[in-house]
Design a protein around this ligand. Structure first.
Ligand code: C2E
Ligand code: MG
Ligand code: MG
Ligand code: MG
Length: 269
């Protein structure tokens, strides 16, 4: 009625919340422009062996150069949730895949790279095939590419997730379940997903040195992972005491500001 007589509009729930709609339309456009203007960049954070402290691979983390101030980077928390809602995440994930594989073929290449893939991309037809084709085009061994899938993402559609995981593993890529332990049914769906690595969520690691309950959870996750023949990674490792406990508990790999921060360039190991 507000639109006047002789006029009708299709109802969309976002119309009840014009600010939210504007915000999402805004991000759709901003992400498209960032892709067109090549304003996405990858930063790289080391993942270390708990035993030796050496970097075994790096995780690629996406950032967006701020169009208003190119000296500023927008962090994924500012645009990945919007991209997952409006579907542009599929384009971001494709960009990351292409970029990471090119990095693996470059002169300053890391030994191996982990990339993050969102659930919205799992049912993209031919995504695994396009990863294989890109790896082949750049002569990169599939074993040098690790794929991290967030647990909540994997839970959204377990059948599609497992299909995608199988395709990736058949290629020779390593599959990690990211943020493991935050979902209620982490252990239940482990039965259905054939991932190689469990990346224990930072919420269990952050206070590991001072919280005995967190140690109980991590010990249990490691035990389950071992029994299933999977490796474990701890994220958000913040100090030496935490690293010492991880060693004691038998966690394989560690990542966190105490060990190394995300950087624009790959730091020599
Ligand atoms: P994630 O995959 O769990 O990545 C770990 C996040 O924790 C990164 O934040 C990393 O910089 C941060 N981090 C690592 N160690 C520490 C630490 O010791 N202390 C603290 N406070 N933080 C630490 P970032 O780069 O902001 O990424 C946030 C999330 O955005 C990622 O969580 C991932 O879910 C998503 N993301 C990042 N890059 C991509 C991407 O290329 N594609 C997709 N689909 N998602 C991405
Ligand atoms: Mg990750
Ligand atoms: Mg994580
Ligand atoms: Mg996390």
């Amino acid at each position: 009625k507000a639109g006047g007589k002789n006029c009708w509009r299709t109802y969309r729930p976002e119309l009840d919340d014009p600010e939210r709609m504007l915000h999402q339309l805004g991000w759709n456009e901003r992400i498209q422009r960032a892709l067109d203007e090549q304003r996405l960049v990858l930063h790289y954070q080391g993942v270390h062996s708990v035993q030796t402290g050496k970097i075994v691979h790096h995780e690629a983390l996406v950032r967006m150069i701020d169009p208003e101030d190119p000296s500023q980077l927008l962090m994924p928390g500012a645009f990945i949730p919007a991209a997952e809602k409006n579907g542009r995440i599929v384009d971001i994930d494709r960009w990351v895949i292409g970029h990471a594989i090119r990095k693996l073929a470059a002169a300053d290449a890391p030994a191996a790279l982990a990339i993050n893939i969102s659930a919205r991309s799992f049912d993209e037809p031919g995504l695994a095939a396009s990863i294989r084709a890109t790896l082949a085009a750049f002569h990169v061994e599939p074993a040098r590419l690790l794929i991290e899938l967030t647990e909540t993402a994997a839970l959204a559609n377990i059948a599609d997730s497992e299909l995608f995981i199988r395709e990736l593993r058949a290629l020779g890529c390593t599959v990690c379940l990211d943020d493991f332990g935050v979902g209620f049914s982490s252990f239940a769906y482990l039965k259905q997903l054939s991932a190689d690595v469990l990346k224990i969520d930072g919420m269990f690691i952050r206070h590991l040195a001072s919280d005995p309950n967190d140690q109980v959870f991590v010990r249990a996750i490691v035990e389950v992972a071992r029994g299933l023949g999977k490796k474990t990674v701890a994220e958000f490792v913040g100090d030496a005491a935490t690293l010492a406990i991880l060693r004691e508990l038998g966690v394989d790999y560690a990542q966190g500001y105490y060990l190394s921060r995300p950087e624009a360039e790959i730091s020599p190991a």
